[in-house]
Design a protein around this ligand. Structure first.
Ligand code: 5AD
Ligand code: FES
Length: 376
């Protein structure tokens, strides 16, 4: 099919997505033009910050790709004190970031649940309820998610990593702690509780095919996610998956594929929040800005205290590990303007899709409408 016709379709089949993932030259330019147009129309040329606090690299799991996996004895484990976390949140608030994101390795315990509740309460208090809070601390019981939601977290990011169960099993240990179905169940309970729910995948994993990636995008659409964070897979020397390095696409191929995934998703889901992942910058110094230009609208400046950053290495060559929070902000601002976009300060920058979805749900509950509200 002619590319212009294809790009103007209301929805894509799997085959059409695979075709779009392979475009080169003029066709690629047209894909990126279309996704940029969609972003401009539904979101505007805007970017919102989530100040990222990686508060601990202690992880109970052993994902085969991840540098902070439990089995990696080759790094110093850290756990920020509550005061350090609150100071970072205060920095975000004082600098008028609308939101922060709290991220850590995955721990399931009553003590961890309680700690996060306390942090949420304290952050709400120090910001007079004004800082938006995204949580990204992995798989937890539904009642734990609910407690955190009630304590003020309103967005949750849980990447599914791959929606092909067979591939999921190849990149995780095969045990109860790394269960594909549980990941899906967790996403569902987050959505049911009322979080703005985000997921995403790694792109360019060993064994991954274009068919898998197209399936990932269709999953996101069907699940009706509000936010997406997806980035290139980057090998880490101290992980089991390093054995397959010779099976990978070159880094620039993974980068290119990630931009195409973002562009296609923007066309498919016009009003969701899409993060320009930090991993893009590990490959191209202006990788995140390129993502902003073609569809992403969220950036996550790292505001973890500098001395810990080197120890939160999910993958090799992670950028900005020795900058301070202030450096990250001014550098990002300059970069965003390079992408002809504008940073919006002092706003949560909630997913518009969420508002539309919730609006529709509320109406459905009142029995007023049965069909989703349409975008113009
Ligand atoms: N390369 C790229 N991304 C990675 N992540 C973990 N390890 C890697 C890697 N080697 C991503 C996962 C996880 C997120 C916090 O970081 O998608 O969900
Ligand atoms: Fe920590 Fe996967 S290694 S959640």
């Amino acid at each position: 099919m002619d590319i212009t016709k294809l790009l103007n379709k209301e929805s894509f089949s799997k085959e059409e997505i695979i075709r779009l993932l392979q475009v080169i030259g003029k066709e690629k330019v047209l894909l990126f033009q279309k996704s940029a147009e969609v972003k401009q129309k539904y979101i505007g040329n805007k970017v919102w910050f989530r100040g990222l606090i990686e508060f601990s690299n202690i992880c109970g799991k052993d994902c085969l790709y991840c540098g902070i996996r439990k089995g990696n004895k080759n790094l110093t484990r850290y756990n920020l004190s509550d005061d350090e976390i609150l100071a970072a949140a205060k920095f975000a608030f004082d600098n008028n970031y609308g939101s922060i994101a709290l991220q850590s390795g995955e721990i399931e315990s009553p003590a961890f649940t309680k700690r996060v509740i306390k942090l949420l309460n304290n952050i709400k208090e120090l910001s007079d309820g004004k800082l938006g809070i995204t949580l990204s601390v992995g798989e937890q019981k539904p009642e734990v998610y609910k407690k955190w939601f009630d304590a003020g977290a309103h967005r949750y990011l849980l990447r599914v990593e791959s929606t092909n169960e067979e591939l999921y099993r190849k990149i995780h240990p095969n045990d109860k702690k790394h269960d594909f179905q549980r990941r899906l169940d967790c996403l569902k309970s987050l959505q049911d509780i009322g979080y703005q729910t985000g997921t995403g995948v790694m792109i360019g994993l060993p064994f991954q095919t274009l068919d898998d990636l197209a399936g990932d995008l269709l999953f996101m659409q069907k699940f009706d996610i509000d936010m997406c964070g997806m980035g290139p897979y980057i090998e880490h020397a101290d992980t089991p998956l390093i054995t397959y390095s010779d099976k990978l696409l070159p880094l620039n191929g993974r980068f290119d594929l990630t931009l195409k995934m973002i562009a296609i998703l923007r066309i498919m889901m016009k009003d969701i929040n899409i993060v320009a992942a930090t991993a893009l910058q590990a490959i191209d110094p202006i990788g995140r800005e390129k993502a902003v230009k073609i569809g992403a609208n969220i950036l996550m400046p790292n505001i973890t205290p500098g001395k810990y950053r080197d120890s939160y290495k999910l993958y090799d060559n992670k950028p900005c590990t020795d900058d301070s929070a202030e450096d990250c902000q001014s550098c990002l601002e300059a970069r965003v303007s390079l992408a002809d976009a504008e940073v919006i300060y002092g706003e949560w920058g909630d997913s518009k899709h969420y508002e539309r979805r919730r609006g529709t749900m509320a109406q459905r509950h009142k029995g007023l409408f049965c069909t989703p509200k349409k975008l113009d």
